[in-house]
Ligand binder design. Structure first.
Ligand SMILES: Cc1cc2nc3c(=O)[nH]c(=O)nc-3n(C[C@H](O)[C@H](O)[C@H](O)COP(=O)(O)OP(=O)(O)OC[C@H]3O[C@@H](n4cnc5c(N)ncnc54)[C@H](O)[C@@H]3O)c2cc1C
Ligand code: SF4
Length: 329
């Protein structure tokens, strides 16, 4: 690991200015992803700005019935919060399906959103990777493909986004609040992360120095009945091969509302808007759920090494919706 300097920031504006001016500086939150990547020399910042005291570590009620989650709230606190468990169970379940208890105690809301891909080539500096070194090539195109994307990928990068929490937040219509050099802004969670296109080195739409200050959840609506289902190679310490965050509202045997997001399928949490549109107003049956999954996955372009993900995603979507339907009865 290369030597680095450490500073603790006391003011948001000073931290943002340092990041904007110094290309060798990086924000440090829980450090559970950043420090690993520094050990592997995937990233080599010379200055770490500890931001844990800069943003709130509280979960607060919003006047409209939603919740505001400070960027420094640990993943374990967020998962255990009684309001989150009752009103947004999908979020609590997603958090508890990730990492381990010790990691969740350190990991923060902001850091979880901005964790980097687990593509093995990204983490191995001896291999070619466009995300690490733009223009170097993509080792995954002819290599290990099991964990890679089936939706929205590009020839430059087929990596997936690893966060479970972000998939739940995408289904919940969460909004991210950000402090930047000019002003504060709000970004819909579904618009925070990017598809790789021609510049996969950019994971998100954030500009250099922008600091996530919190996440806002709208009032629950149909999220009252919500669920996170994660399929992975091992029962713990494993990232999703496929995950589904879903919320379903059924009235008189028909789907009144559906919110669905998929993990493990794309460079960003994938909001399944086609499936949602197919479901709204349809009979709440297995056939409708299959139709919706097929409609969403008609855009899938799997690689030779991950074609299994298409039926796996379909089956996981249908199983999750059937569980929610059962709960609604
Ligand atoms: C063994 C292991 C297993 C794991 N399994 C899972 C899993 O199954 N599912 C899952 O979702 N995750 C998993 N994780 C990842 C874990 O959830 C992340 O490492 C963690 O959430 C990152 O949060 P952090 O606060 O430690 O971020 P850090 O490591 O401190 O930061 C991560 C990145 O975010 C930036 N950053 C942090 N906070 C902010 C902010 N407020 N504004 C702007 N930039 C910021 C940092 O500069 C850095 O680039 C696993 C990690 C490990 C080590
Ligand atoms: S899939 Fe993306 S992250 Fe992985 S090697 Fe290719 S460019 Fe790098």
């Amino acid at each position: 690991m290369r030597p680095f300097r450490y500073e603790r920031a006391d003011e948001v504006s000073a931290a943002v200015t340092t990041l904007v001016r110094d290309p060798e500086a990086a924000y440090l939150a829980g450090g559970t992803n950043l420090v690993d990547l520094m050990r592997l020399e995937v990233v080599t910042p010379e200055l770490l700005i500890d931001i844990r005291r800069l943003t709130s570590d509280r979960i607060e009620e919003l006047p409209d019935g939603g919740l505001r989650i400070g960027a420094a709230v640990p993943n374990s606190d967020l998962a255990a919060d009684p309001r989150v468990r009752r009103r947004y169970p999908v979020l609590s379940q997603a958090l508890l399906s990730g990492a381990s208890g010790q990691l969740r105690n350190l990991a923060t809301t902001g850091g979880n959103l901005l964790q980097r891909t687990r593509c093995p080539y990204f983490q191995d500096i001896t291999t070619a990777c466009n995300k690490r070194t733009p223009g170097a090539g993509c080792s995954a195109m002819e290599g290990y493909q099991r964990d890679m994307a089936i939706l929205g990928a590009s020839p430059t990068c087929v990596a997936t986004h690893p966060s479970d929490m972000a998939v739940a937040l995408a289904a919940l219509d969460a909004v991210v609040t950000v402090a930047g050099p000019a002003s504060e802004r709000r970004i819909r969670l579904t618009e925070l992360h990017r598809l790789p296109e021609a510049d996969p080195e950019r994971d998100t739409v954030l500009a250099r120095g922008e600091l996530i200050t919190g996440v806002e959840l709208p009032p629950p609506h149909s999220a009252l009945r919500s669920r996170y289902r994660k399929v992975r190679d091992r029962a713990s310490y494993a990232f999703a091969l496929i995950s589904v965050a879903a919320a379903l509202e059924v009235t008189d045997g028909a789907v009144r509302d559906a919110r669905i997001a998929l993990g493990g399928v794309a460079h960003k949490p994938w909001r399944a808007t086609t499936a949602e549109a197919t479901l709204r107003g349809a009979p709440a049956t297995r056939e409708s759920f299959l139709d919706a999954a097929a409609a969403e996955l008609s855009a899938a372009r799997p690689l030779p090494g991950n074609a299994f993900k298409v039926p796996l995603a379909r089956n996981t979507m249908v199983a999750t919706l059937l569980e929610l339907l059962e709960e609604a009865r």
